[in-house]
Design a protein around this ligand. Structure first.
Ligand SMILES: [Zn+2]
Length: 654
């Protein structure tokens, strides 16, 4: 990595963690770390306030404040999700709330804002460090977006709206969680389900079994039950989660967001929210959704026809397929027409070999070495720590932790967490992969997930040498964040890559023909997938842009317009669509990232995914840059042209 912005990390050491199992030592480590860093952040804010107007040192104090605040947030957010000691997890959560409160107050602090605003932009990069102007502009924009420069009454109203937004968002999520329920279906509907599933669902005296709305319960049922009427009932229950309570909650939430955005001078919430993203404006979301929907239409209709024909095999009277048929028929078609047997595939993915393989593949690809630091203490004995060094120079880039198996009280999805964000000449980046894989065989989809999440981890470590905390790690626009990870998934679909670690009990590598069939099966239904995603994206955008009076009616109309599946009557999908609280109007982002991921991947040689030159250039141009430039510029620097949707469209139509 030759970028002039990247400072030396040579003599920096990773955090010294307590030994696993020493709960008391961990509690005092957490308190010391959070309280110490928060005290530093407060001290930097105080120091900033007393600077003379126009003193460029304000930006350095701002950076120091963010290094400290970031450190406090990282350790509490991580330990709240992964530490085995419940008491420690709870105190980490309380620290998180305290940090949020400090941050909210800071962003409405007129004095801090004033000192930063008075810093002259001219010559700033030369006087401080390259990127200073970008950091200043970003800070001032964040302050203005929180309303710091408004009159007292407006700031008070904005604070009220912000608090109301957070209450309503919490209520929205709580109504979905608390609304979890089950549906009683005839025991005969379990024919075709795995034995262990059937055993866990004993029939009651009336001959029925209960299927809950929890994913591990509902998912296999919708995938394997041949009983169309039972699937329909289970799906109907699911599509009424949060109904009717959330209809009103969501209506008010949309109004609160709209008022917030308009108070700040924006033409509605989607424009406000999109301002910080690559897409830039609300109207661009509408255009993107419609373009992807149009591109996906042919492939979606083609695959739908295949599924309809297969459904008529069992029941000649079927006229239209509903969302209750989608997973079942998708699975049947993949099994019958693509001959992909999930059990056989599993036989090639032994966890220990996959983990070793992932490290070998990414080390080779990006010119890195991972050194097992077996003696490094962590929060649990199953967590492995590795130091990451750059082969070109031998220098240490950071430390990664792999926490990959489930345990009680641990975060139950897959995500990358920061332990420390890297800052040049100050602190080494340390990142953590938190997943929940079994300790034996893995599904291929889990292998793909592991590669995906590892992409975030590499981004965090490789972009850890900037002097500005704002640029460190995955500090890029929200609608670009997934692209590097989505691209790394491609390596988990390549036979020559898989053959390096996917071997069965006899040591035979996975056959090329099987990987070929797996890829073909995966491609089946991707137009339908894209159309469905655009239906969700349309709800997320249209609801926030239009504030419809009747959310159910608007949702039904959007279903008619975008979704491939016939809508089930008397259902209220929007009430259980939890992403509306976090993604707000931006559910399109995952697909947006995928467009760029496909374009990035087009620069690689599909016949030689290990070709070193392109991978190193990608590492240095896109990943190592972190948030130091706009994502579109990073992608253009790598591709040698602006990104476009040709590779994505070709993929959709394949
Ligand atoms: Zn991701």
């Amino acid at each position: 990595m030759t970028d002039q912005h990247l400072a030396d990390l040579a003599d920096l050491a990773p955090l010294d963690l307590p030994e696993a199992g020493e709960a008391e030592a961990w509690r005092s480590f957490l308190s010391r770390r959070v309280e110490g860093e928060l005290a530093t952040a407060r001290a930097q804010a105080d120091a900033l306030r007393v600077l003379a107007a126009g003193d460029a040192a304000a930006l350095e104090r701002w950076n120091d404040l963010h290094v400290a605040l970031g450190n406090a947030f990282a350790v509490s957010s991580l330990l709240a999700q992964v530490h085995p000691d419940q008491q420690l997890r709870e105190s980490a959560e309380r620290f998180e709330q305290e940090l949020h409160a400090f941050q909210t107050g800071l962003m409405l602090d007129v004095e801090v804002f004033g000192r930063l605003e008075s810093v002259p932009r001219e010559g700033l990069d030369e006087a401080l460090a390259p990127g200073a102007t970008r950091v200043l502009d970003d800070a001032l924009r964040a302050f203005r977006r929180s309303g710091v420069d408004r009159d007292d009454a407006t700031r008070e109203r904005l604070a009220t709206l912000s608090a109301r937004d957070s209450d309503l968002s919490q209520a929205f999520g709580r109504n979905i969680r608390d609304g979890a329920t089950s549906t009683r279906v005839p025991a005969s509907a379990l024919a075709g389900l795995p034995e262990d599933y059937v055993a866990e669902h004993p029939a009651a005296d009336d001959g029925t079994v209960a299927i809950s709305t929890a994913y591990p319960d509902m998912g296999p049922f919708l995938m394997f039950s041949a009983d169309a009427a039972a699937r329909r009932e289970v799906m109907t229950t699911y599509l009424n989660l949060g109904w009717p309570a959330n209809d009103e909650v969501l209506g008010e939430l949309l109004a609160v967001r709209d008022e917030t955005a308009r108070t700040l001078g924006y033409d509605g919430w989607p424009d406000y929210d999109a301002e910080l993203k690559m897409i830039g404006s609300g109207s661009a979301i509408a255009e993107f959704v419609d373009r992807v929907a149009a591109d996906a239409a042919d492939s979606a209709q083609r695959d739908l026809a295949v599924m309809l024909e297969r459904a008529r095999h069992d029941d000649p009277g079927v006229e239209r397929l509903t969302v209750a048929d989608s997973r079942y028929l998708g699975e049947v078609v993949r099994r019958e027409q693509f001959e992909v047997d999930g059990q056989a595939v599993r036989g090639y993915f032994d966890f220990a070999k996959v983990r070793r393989g992932l490290l070998d593949v990414t080390a080779r690809l990006f010119g890195l070495t991972y050194t097992d630091v077996a003696e490094a203490p962590t929060w649990h004995d199953e967590v492995a720590a590795y130091d990451v060094t750059l082969d070109d120079t031998g220098e240490r880039l950071g430390r990664i932790y792999l926490d990959l198996h489930p345990r009680e009280g641990k975060y139950n999805h897959a995500a990358q967490f920061d332990l420390v964000s890297g800052v040049g000449q100050r602190q080494l980046p340390e990142g953590v992969l938190v997943c929940n894989f079994g300790r034996g065989r893995m599904e291929h989809s889990e292998v793909v997930t592991l590669f995906h999440e590892f992409g975030h981890l590499l981004h965090h470590v490789l972009a850890g040498r900037h002097p500005w905390a704002r640029f460190s790690g995955v500090a890029t626009e929200w609608d670009f964040v997934e692209a590097p990870s989505q691209m790394l998934e491609e390596w988990a679909w390549d036979h020559s890559v898989l053959a390096t670690f996917a071997t069965n009990a006899d040591g035979e590598p996975i056959p090329a023909a099987l990987v070929e069939r797996m890829r073909a099966a995966e491609e089946f239904g991707q137009g339908i997938y894209a159309a469905t995603q655009m239906y969700y994206a349309a709800i997320s955008y249209r609801f926030h842009a239009e504030l419809p009076d009747d959310l159910t009616a608007r949702s039904a109309a959007l279903s008619q317009q975008y979704a491939v599946w016939e809508r089930l009557p008397d259902t209220h999908f929007h009430c259980g669509f939890g992403h509306l609280s976090g993604y707000t109007s931006g559910y399109y982002t995952y697909m947006w990232s995928l467009v760029i991921a496909k374009d990035l991947f087009s620069a690689f040689d599909a016949d030689d995914l290990f070709a070193p030159e392109v991978a190193r250039r990608y590492r240095d141009t896109v990943l190592a840059a972190g948030g130091s430039a706009d994502a579109a510029d990073l992608v253009e620097a790598f591709l040698g042209r602006p990104y476009d949707n040709r590779a994505f469209t070709a993929w959709l139509e394949s």
